[in-house]
Every structure is written in C-alpha cells, then in structure tokens.
Design a protein around this ligand. Structure first.
Ligand SMILES: CC(C)(COP(=O)(O)OP(=O)(O)OC[C@H]1O[C@@H](n2cnc3c(N)ncnc32)[C@H](O)[C@@H]1OP(=O)(O)O)[C@@H](O)C(=O)NCCC(=O)NCCS
Length: 173
C-alpha cells in the first residue's frame, strides 16, 4: 500500500503534469491524443478552474488526476470526465489509486455528483484501477475513434460521488 498523499495541484505543477501526460500519449494506451502538451497548455486548465490533483513521491510529482467538463449544458454541470496518469517510473505502486481517490474527494467538495471516463479495452491497468475505486462499467462505444489510423473501442465507466451515493472516502485516505 502506498504512503503517498494527494494534494490539489497548483500552477507550479504544470511542467511535471505535461511531462507525465506526454508519456501517456507516447505509450498509446490511454488517449486518442497524439500531440504533446506543453506546460502552457496545462496552465490553461488552471485558467479554466478544472479540478486537478497530484500525488508526490520522493519529492517528485508521480502522478495526477484531472476532471474536465463533460458537456456545456447546465444540467450536466456536476458531471466530470476524468483522466489519471502516473509517471512511468511510478506505475504499479498505488499512485494511481491515491490520485483517483483524491480527485473523487476534491470533486465532491466542489459539488460534482458524478465522474466518468472512457477507457481503451486493452488498458487493463486503468480498468483495474477504476474497478477498485468503485466505478461501474456502463458499456462499450464501438469504433469510437481512430488512433494511428486504427478504429478503437472505448469502455465507459462511471461513479456517483455525491454525499448521497453512500461513498464515505475522505481526502488522503
Ligand atoms: C492506469 C494507471 C493510471 C494506473 O496507475 P498505477 O499507479 O499504475 O495503478 P495502482 O498501482 O494505483 O493500481 C491500482 C489498481 O490497478 C491494478 N493494476 C495496476 N496496474 C495493472 C496492470 N498493468 N494490470 C492489471 N492491473 C493493474 C492494481 O493491481 C491495483 O489494484 P489493487 O488495488 O487490487 O491492487 C497507470 O498505469 C498509468 O498512468 N498508465 C498510463 C496512462 C493511462 O493509461 N491512464 C489512464 C487513462 S483513462
């Protein structure tokens, strides 16, 4: 079990977040994105007040989780689409779980009632992480997009996170 703690990210974390995200882009397991992000790109997340948490280990930013607007319509204002990325050096050591639990707690405090994500079926680590964190599989979008010219399916997962959902996880558990 990890002894790492999460905290809300600040603008000074932008460079580390970009580096970790770019590893995930290069690995081709997590996202349809293929273009690297700069620290300035990540800074725009803070301008938009997106929920972002990071996990530190041994003085490094080892991973992060972030939520994005699911849809612009007001009725969906409490639904966040999230992603979680862990530095290659730290994967499989509990960092992703701490980051995701931290994001859930942070989003709950900010009034979100649901988090969801779309995961490639081949991404066993991400599916396992979400399952362990209490997400349920909603279903599969077939041929949802192309990555490097190949059609890819995505599995949708969701979790109700508001106070009425029966989940009592606190921050830094
Ligand atoms: C997916 C990812 C975030 C998981 O983070 P992590 O720190 O490596 O995962 P953790 O060590 O916290 O493990 C969480 C759970 O997933 C399981 N798991 C982790 N890696 C796994 C793997 N490769 N295969 C199967 N299960 C795995 C763990 O066993 C653990 O379950 P447990 O609590 O029952 O032991 C990380 O591997 C990563 O950044 N991958 C590349 C980017 C990515 O795919 N992001 C997700 C986009 S949706």
């Amino acid at each position: 079990m990890s002894d790492s703690k999460w905290r809300v990210a600040t603008r000074t974390d932008a460079e580390a977040i970009a580096e970790i995200y770019n590893q995930g882009i290069d690995d081709r397991v997590a996202t349809f994105e293929v273009d690297h992000r700069s620290a300035d790109d990540i800074l725009s997340w803070f301008d938009q007040d997106r929920p972002v948490v990071i996990v530190e280990r041994d003085g490094d930013v080892a991973g992060y989780a972030a939520a994005f607007v699911y849809r612009d319509r007001l009725c969906y204002s409490g639904v966040g689409e999230f992603s979680v990325y862990v530095s290659r050096n730290y994967r499989g050591r509990g960092i992703g779980r701490v980051a995701l639990d931290g994001l859930i707690a942070h989003c709950r405090e900010r009034g979100f009632w649901k988090l969801l994500s779309r995961i490639f079926p081949e991404n066993e680590a991400s599916l396992a992480l979400c399952r362990e964190a209490g997400f349920r599989v909603v279903g599969t979008y077939e041929r949802h997009g192309k990555l490097d010219g190949d059609w890819r399916d995505v599995i949708i997962v969701e979790k109700l996170i508001d106070d009425t959902s029966g989940d009592t996880l606190g921050p830094n558990r």
